[in-house]
Design a protein around this ligand. Structure first.
Ligand code: SF4
Ligand code: SF4
Length: 93
C-alpha cells in the first residue's frame, strides 16, 4: 500500500471535520480541539481535495520527483499473410 503523509496548517483549520469524514483509512481525528493525523495515510489526497480551507495537504511518498512514464511494448501478433488465391478459371468451350 502506498504510504503518504499529511501536512496540516493549523491556522487555517476550523475543525469542520470534513477531512475526518472523507478519509478512507481513518487517519484523521479531531482530539481536544485539534486535528491529528496518524500513520495510516495512503496519500490519497481526499482530505486535501475536500478541505474547504486548504488547511491540509497530502503527499504520496512513492511519488518522489518525476515519475517516468513506463514504456510498454505491445507485441504484435503473428504476421498474417494475405493470400489472395482467388484463381478465376474461365474454362470456356
Ligand atoms: S477539512 Fe480542513 S478545515 Fe476541516 S477539519 Fe479538516 S483540515 Fe480542518
Ligand atoms: S491523504 Fe487520504 S489517507 Fe491520507 S489523511 Fe488524507 S484522506 Fe486520509
Amino acid at each position: 500500500m502506498p504510504q503518504g503523509s499529511v501536512d496540516i496548517t493549523y491556522d487555517r483549520c476550523k475543525l469542520c471535520g470534513v477531512c475526518v469524514a472523507v478519509c478512507p483509512t481513518d487517519n484523521l481525528e479531531i482530539q481536544e480541539g485539534r486535528l491529528v493525523a496518524y500513520d495510516r495515510c495512503t496519500g490519497c489526497r481526499l482530505c486535501e481535495l475536500h478541505c474547504p480551507d486548504f488547511a491540509i495537504v497530502a503527499t504520496r511518498e512513492d511519488v518522489k520527483g518525476e515519475s517516468g512514464g513506463k514504456k510498454t511494448k505491445s507485441k504484435g501478433g503473428g504476421k498474417k499473410k494475405a493470400t489472395t488465391g482467388a484463381k478465376s478459371e474461365s474454362g470456356g468451350d
